[in-house]
Ligand binder design. Structure first.
Ligand code: C5P
Length: 318
């Protein structure tokens, strides 16, 4: 057995402007992604004896770490689908006939269904690990092709593949790099129960149809300028998330955690993506650590972590 591991990082949306529902069931977004140090690791154990000529090359998938019990272990898992997608691409493009059987392990550091692109990160890590394996024998793919395959797996997979700080448009898959200076520290609070992303988008549509909340936040110019200063106090005033209210409507405990963190001195408090993870922007790692401890002692959330950004894209590790 040989082993290839890849790591991919969580994301936070520093700006998440959500437009109207499109005919394809997605919403147009104007979003600013930043990857965080929090990460998942995907390991491929590559069989020396078994090869596969058709169908999935994945023999089995195991999961450990945070929320492991709630992660699917079958072919529906996004990491499993990512391996299959890349192998199929090599079959069509380069006539790949046989590939070794692989066994996937996912080590979770990112909460599941938490609004931090945990599943997408697993897919991105699985793509780069499988690409490392196949490109030993066949040509390497340009980043553009990997990004296209990533977008077919999910809207956030291209960003988790690239990492850093990016403007995302379309359904979030069209990326333009942005400049960000310095390091931003976050306290993250996770909830035992995740939120369904489609349900949160639907709740936003409902709130808008009833006139309860206004239209999309489309302007990112202030945020772009602020990111150049490296000043977290300035960044605090420019964070925006159109999915925050719908996430709170579906999960009232989120509102309480936001309040407790604000009172405890966070520079800013926001729901991460479609939630329910709550992210508190802090002055320093020390403040972030203290805030996580205070919020967990308060008993309303079951776990938390500190993280800083920007982080890297998906990459193979030794
Ligand atoms: O692309 P992904 O599979 O991650 O999206 C999951 C669901 O989230 C979509 O089926 C859709 O309901 C919702 N979504 C959306 N608009 C986006 C991204 C996701 O409505 N831009």
């Amino acid at each position: 057995m040989r082993r290839i591991s890849a790591r991919a990082h969580a994301k936070i949306n520093l700006h998440l402007g959500v437009g109207d529902l499109r005919e394809d069931g997605y919403h147009d977004l104007v979003t600013v992604f930043q990857s965080l140090s929090l990460a998942d690791t995907v390991t491929l154990d590559i069989s020396a004896e078994e090869t596969v000529a058709s169908g999935s090359i994945v023999g089995a998938l195991t999961v450990n770490g945070l929320d492991a019990a709630s992660v699917p272990r079958d072919a529906g898992n996004l990491a499993w689908r990512a391996v299959d997608k890349l192998v199929d691409h090599y079959r069509v493009q380069f006539g790949l006939e046989e590939a070794p059987r692989v066994y996937i392990n996912i080590h979770k550091g990112i909460p599941t269904a938490g609004g931090m692109a945990g599943g997408s990160a697993d897919a991105a890590a699985a793509l780069v690990a499988t690409h490392a394996l196949l490109s030993e024998t066949y040509p390497a793919l340009p980043m553009g092709t990997l990004l296209e395959l990533a977008a077919e797996l999910g809207s956030d997979v291209p960003f988790t593949l690239r990492g850093g700080t990016m403007l995302g448009t379309g359904r979030g898959e069209q990326l333009t790099p942005m400049l960000s200076r310095g390091t931003y520290h976050w306290a993250l609070i996770f909830f035992r129960e995740g939120l369904s992303t489609p349900a949160v988008f639907q709740e936003l549509d409902r709130l808008r149809a009833e006139g309860i909340t206004s239209g999309p936040s489309l302007h990112t110019e202030d945020l772009a300028r602020t990111l150049m200063t490296g000043d977290p106090e300035k960044l605090a005033g420019t964070l925006t998330n159109d999915l925050q209210l719908p996430a709170i409507m579906l999960r009232r405990d989120v509102a309480r955690t936001l309040d407790v963190g604000r009172q405890a001195g966070a520079l800013a408090a926001m729901v991460s993506g479609s939630g329910p993870t709550v992210a508190f922007l802090c002055d320093s790692q020390l403040q972030a650590r203290d805030l996580v401890d205070d919020l967990l002692a308060d008993g309303s959330a079951y776990s938390g972590a500190t993280a800083h950004g920007p982080g890297k894209g998906a990459h193979v590790i030794d």
